[in-house]
Design a binder for this molecule. Sequence first.
Ligand code: ATP
Ligand code: MG
Length: 260
Amino acid sequence: MTDTNPGTDVLRGEHLSKSFGAVRALDDINLRLGRGEVLALLGDNGAGKSTLMKILTGFHQPTSGTLHIDGEPVTLQSVMHARSLGIEPVYQDLALVDELSVFRNMFLQREITRGGALRILDDRAMRRAAASHLERMGVNVPSVDVEISKLSGGQRQAVAVARAVYSDARILLLDEPTAAMGVRESALILDVIRRLKEHSDVSVIIVAHNYAQVFDVCDRINLVQDGRITFDRPTRETSIQELTGLVVNEYRSASEAVTG
Ligand SMILES: Nc1ncnc2c1ncn2[C@@H]1O[C@H](COP(=O)(O)OP(=O)(O)OP(=O)(O)O)[C@@H](O)[C@H]1O
Ligand SMILES: [Mg+2]
């Protein structure tokens, strides 16, 4: 379900900028995400997509600008703070703990405990829940007891996405969730997003390089070019051709600037 009324935006960024020393990674970004909306961030390498996502996850602080959640201004102090507000990230460079098992990673900082105030880790319950989540998502791992470091890149990615999806998040931030994945696994992740869209009002921002994939699942598209959002349009009002054209033109003018 897409709500286009800005009054009910779950997330809004106003005039967000971010510099790393002399590098201006983001330059006056205005971004909005409606409840239940799936927004795709497209753009070339180095455009600023991950930097923007990392601001929304509380990993980076913006150099200037403000964030609003449910219309209220917030300063995200950390990734944990953002998670406590229902913002759940899946980074490009992941965020799993290599030395821990699949099931421990699935419940990282959200461990199921028993024994009341004693808070004894309930490994059995976590194993069972992790296995059933992964099975429901169609993700194949040798076992939920296997260490993350023993998994393939695609399997790790799938575990990270599964963890985010089953976290009761209100806002899912997926930075290239299908990057390291084979065709079958990518299709599964996109299916999960489609199902989420039908059965919940979770809002999603997804960064992707494969336009064809996201065109299928997203409601709206923002193009990030050189630290700015240069294009914001409902998916049904644009096309892969139009977007490709915009990016090709960017190359042309950049190379003309170089060659004079
Ligand atoms: N921690 C950092 N320190 C310094 N510069 C950074 C840092 N993170 C990103 N940058 C710079 O900011 C710019 C945007 O990078 P970013 O990672 O956001 O791009 P991206 O759009 O995610 O690219 P890609 O599609 O390759 O993942 C780049 O010029 C990059 O070198
Ligand atoms: Mg990136």
